[in-house]
Design a protein around this ligand. Sequence first.
Ligand code: PGA
Length: 294
Amino acid sequence: MLLESQGISHLRHCSRIWSAFLHAPAPGRILSPIMEVIICNTYEELCRAAAREVADVLNAKPNAVLGLATGSTPLGLYQELARMYKRGELDFSHVTTFNLDEYVGLPITHPQSYYHFMHENFFKHINIPPHNIHIPSGTTTNYRAFCEWYEKRIVEVGGIDLQILGIGSDGHIGFNEPGSSLSSRTRLKTLARPTIEDNARFFDKPQDVPIYAITMGVGTIIEAKQCLLMANGKKKARAIAAAIEGPVTSMITASALQLHPETKAYLDTEAASELQMRDYYDWIQLKKPGAPRV
Ligand code: PGA
């Protein structure tokens, strides 16, 4: 961790987080466990279901603010959203986006930069105005000032309505590696070795993987009004079980989502395979249509 404090007091961090945890569910929503777990048979089904969640948010609020993630997990979601846009079902002309993270040192033209990933895999296929797109800068000359600006910008546009999240095999969200403060804000992080090893598959040589990244903090993420965690594949099963059913701990930063009032986890059966309460999650979904509304 290079820069933990961004000059905001620890107490202010904590009170923001607790107010995010404690706000009541929106009227009309079904009373649900704190984290709703939806298990899909296939990755394709998972992506279609997640895309419907995004569409619901955009239909209710055409100028919604989306928090976006990179990585292989949300790729199918972006493809599905682009398909919905092409069919005339979605309009991104008033949408604003904030990406979770970016590698330090990669120019935006680098094929592995998250800027490049987002434009190639999503933005160039939809009608989002370029000035509404925010991606952390991996090449700024002043990281502290940039991180403070990023946080301020999120507040200026009214906060993130829906935050899309993947999960690392070490349980991270964004690049909030094990041990990250659960009240952390956007800052520089030193990547953990397992993350560097996981991401080496995208680079020619393992030593080409950047060691540092800029990432929204856990505190930043959990202030989003809704969070949508996606995971697929056996490799994520352990992290998912720890995040959803284990203790809330900075060692699995995704576990902070247990305290968020509106998080849905969309999983495929492999990612769900180590969950102990799987039958109950399926039962909740089965009985959802008849549940009383708040
Ligand atoms: P992945 O990465 O989607 O490529 O598995 C997720 C993450 O590290 O957050």
